[in-house]
Design a protein around this ligand. Structure first.
Ligand code: HEM
Ligand SMILES: [Cu+2]
Length: 647
């Protein structure tokens, strides 16, 4: 391979990216060295096993990925703003919609939610940490390294361009030669290991580590949503793992699982992909449902309406999510009987989803509502998500789907559910729990600007796309003719997209502004309305052991009971006992780095490098299994010291 094949060349946009990546790296190295931050970085972050810090790193990475995916989106919208535009060529456009979709789902939405789950769930169930803190660090680093591997594709070797769905035979060697598609396979594979481990870890954490008294039906709704999501992950991700491995064999070793020759079956990929892919869309929506439940009941100052119905609705959604995958390819020849069955199963999902919507509405009914930023996101969610859900049911009618399929109508549907559901949820959760993570709130006034810019921008961007779709504009085309008459609505849509971009910048500015100017808090219940245990820690930012004394739970919404009875939250000194905590470890970071080496080697089919990387991974596994370290105890004196400072 020659150097000019190794580095992507020939495009001014890419050279711009090269320069800015170079400058950022130099800037970071300089900052870390000049301010002597290396040791801090290693000790506090790279080797941490604390769920709160890992959560914060997940969220920070997700925001970075939101930026990358967002730039992709704006590039596409710029190209589509006017007919016959020449801003991007067809190949470049294909690459951008592929990386956009993949990054947003796998490296933005999921990590954002998993980050919030990491920060909040152990606190919400009154646990010290997750069941397997070390494994949690492995999860984070494999996700992060997988994301980085995927992300460098656009400057080194070239991006994948077969769509986030990577349909065969398009994604095969003949039609997608070169390293691009390999990046997709290996980036997702490595990150997927992390996700699967997260699934197992939180499943055990939620089932086994709840505070005394917290029965299953006393769990906060966010915890329920996380539990059910983890079950979906544990069943769905192995399918992706296997499918990716098979396609890797096809591309690297000339196997014929999905190829057109050699008795391969291209539709097998489509089935495996969506057998994972549809549950995946529920993996990224259920935690958002959970967060909105908490936020709505908090700011309406009311017990969540229909708690049990909410739980069973999520259980049903999770079960159905494995029974509907064929609705993604009604048009690919399954026949009337199969289509009918999947059409019905898909529509059934609307029932539990509708139940949840009504429960949120009834929770607010006659409530004394505070219109804080998290609550605004929740209200925006309810209105817009219904639009997404209803158009989903329209798509579920197999016969009608022949019209909508692969048009902008579909594009609009899934953005209405993914943005108004998942992204609004992530923003709501971020604002809601920000004081728990950092000890101060995000500025509410700027926060409301973010909400309105983003909400209005979102509707301006995506609502016209329903009509473009009905008018026949196909998705994944890089341009269209003036004669099509699609120019005006496309221009409107692009304006909306840039409004959302401004909304995102306002969010980033808010993070900076609040860091500088927000009032620091020392109460554990920052909003004054908290209901669940994370608001019962004595300080705004919980110490690494979370609770000085493990709380006992007597019903739903324990913090409301504490507030109403004016009970003392401060732990009684006599109850404090030494606390067992795990030690930090650098092994997960090193293991993930070896995964990167292995992945990079396989992407370029440099097998020696792949083998070196995998041997490295294996050695880190061995090292870990001989590690006799059993953690340490936080002494009673130290706990007293910490609690006195923060109370
Ligand atoms: C009321 C519930 C829903 C129904 C009935 C529904 C139905 C459908 C149908 C039938 C399709 C395929 C249409 C086609 O390709 O022609 C589809 C696509 C899609 N849906 Fe939904 N959906 C629902 C909720 C959701 C949710 C909650 C999410 C994610 C948070 C979601 C994300 C997506 C995505 C990403 C695609 C298309 C992916 C692609 O082809 O690239 N949907 N939906
Ligand atoms: Cu689906």
């Amino acid at each position: 391979m020659k150097w000019d094949e190794f580095f992507v060349t020939g495009d001014p946009l890419i050279y711009g990216a090269d320069v800015s990546i170079g400058l950022t790296v130099i800037g970071l190295l300089f900052y870390l060295t000049y301010f002597k931050k290396w040791q801090w970085l290693w000790k506090e972050w790279l080797t941490t096993v604390d769920h709160k810090k890992l959560g914060i790193m997940y969220i920070a990475s997700a925001v970075l990925m939101l930026f990358r995916g967002g730039v992709d989106a704006l590039l596409m919208r710029t190209q589509l703003a006017v007919p016959d535009a020449k801003f991007l060529d067809a190949q470049h456009y294909n690459e951008i919609f592929t990386t956009h979709g993949t990054i947003m789902i796998i490296f933005m939405a999921m990590p954002f939610l998993i980050g919030l789950i990491n920060v909040v769930i152990p606190l919400q169930i009154g646990a010290r940490d997750v069941a397997f803190p070390y494994l949690n660090a492995v999860s984070f680093w494999t996700f992060f390294i997988g994301a980085m591997l995927f992300n460098i594709s656009f400057v080194i070797g070239g991006s994948p361009s077969a769509g986030w769905t990577a349909y065969m035979p398009l994604a095969g060697n003949e039609l997608s030669p070169g390293p691009g598609q390999n990046y997709y396979l290996l980036g997702l594979q490595i990150a997927g290991i992390g996700t699967l481990l997260t699934g197992i870890n939180f499943l055990v954490t939620i089932l086994k580590m709840r505070a005394p008294g917290m029965t299953l039906f006393r769990m906060p709704m966010f915890t329920w949503s996380a539990l059910i999501t983890m079950v979906i992950i544990v069943f769905a991700f192995p399918i992706l793992t296997v499918a990716l491995a098979l396609m890797t064999f096809d591309r690297l070793f000339g196997a014929h699982f999905f190829t057109l020759q050699g008795a391969g079956m291209d539709m097998l990929w489509a089935n495996l992909f969506w057998l994972w892919g549809h549950p995946e869309v529920y993996i990224v929506i259920l935690p958002a449902f959970g967060m909105f439940s908490e936020i709505i009941s908090t700011f309406a100052r009311k017990v969540l309406f229909g708690y049990k119905a909410m739980v069973w609705a999520m259980v049903l959604i999770a079960a159905y999510s494995f029974l509907v995958w064929v609705h993604h390819f009604f048009t690919m020849g399954s026949g009337a009987a199969v289509n009918t069955a999947f059409s019905i199963s898909t529509m059934l999902i609307g029932i539990p989803t509708g139940i949840k919507i009504f429960n949120w509405l009834f929770t607010m009914y006659k409530g004394k509502i505070s219109f804080t930023t998290p609550m605004l996101w929740a209200l925006g969610f309810i209105v817009n998500f219904v639009v997404g859900g209803v158009t989903g049911v329209m798509l579920a009618m197999a016969a009608a789907d022949y019209q909508y399929h692969n048009t902008y109508f579909l594009v609009s549907h899934f953005h209405y559910v993914l943005i108004a559901g998942t992204v609004f949820g992530c923003f709501a959760g971020l604002v809601f729990w920000y004081p728990k993570m950092f000890g101060y709130k995000l500025n509410e006034r700027i926060g409301k600007w973010v909400f309105w810019l983003f909400m209005i921008g979102f509707n301006v961007c995506f609502f016209p796309q329903y009509f473009l779709g009905l008018d026949g504009m196909p998705r994944r085309v890089y341009t269209y003719s003036a004669a099509s008459g699609w120019g005006d609505l496309n221009m409107v849509s692009t304006v909306g997209a840039f409004l959302m971009g401004i909304g995102f910048l306002a969010l980033v500015y808010n993070i900076y502004y609040s860091f500088r100017y927000s009032e620091r808090e020392n109460t554990g219940d920052s909003w004054g309305l908290g209901r669940t245990l994370e608001w019962a820690t004595t300080s705004a930012v919980p110490p690494h052991y979370n609770f000085a004394v493990t709380p006992t739970v007597e019903g739903l919404d324990p913090v409301v009971a504490i507030r109403n009875d004016k009970k003392e939250v401060t732990p009684k000194l006599a109850d404090i006992k030494p606390i067992h905590m795990p030690d930090n470890s650098g092994v997960p970071f090193v293991m993930a780095s070896f995964f990167f080496v292995a992945g990079f080697g396989l992407v370029f089919e440099w097998y020696w490098m792949g083998i070196v990387g995998l041997i490295g991974v294996f050695i880190t596994l061995i090292i870990r299994s001989f590690d006799k370290n059993e953690g340490y105890y936080v002494s009673v004196d130290e706990i007293k010291e910490t609690e006195r400072i923060t109370v």
